[in-house]
Design a protein. Sequence first.
Length: 152
Amino acid sequence: MGAMTVTTRQVSAFSGCQLQFLPIALQCPNLVIMLYPDLVGFYQELPLDVGKTIQRMAYYAPPGDSRRAKVARYLAHRIDRVTGTEDAQLIEWSWESMQSSGFSSMILSDLEAGVRDYHDKLRETIPVVALNDKPAKGQVKTINQTLLSARH
């Protein structure tokens, strides 16, 4: 289970998003829905500033205090605490690595189908993300338009 945080600046460049009736910060995926046998939950990352994001989370379960329900909920929360800690560390390390002089490009994991689909949509809509070399400052829009028009 993983999440990808998209900043408002990135969302405005993501013109292919079909949710334009929503506020800009909600137009692209930044939400994970968790499904467990005895409860459902979600978490969502909300960017506040460069390098600063908050995460909100909630769980919903039918009423019931059976031993089975308590154990299932405990295990679900335990899994989410572990993966949440791992995700937070991965995000921090990724952000730090992008600030270093040794960073050349992002390696996008294709292990999760949702992540793969989202990355494919990014590469389709914003082709500059698939380039090996960083575009010159101020050239992203022009390069994207050129790459998109070359497809048609």
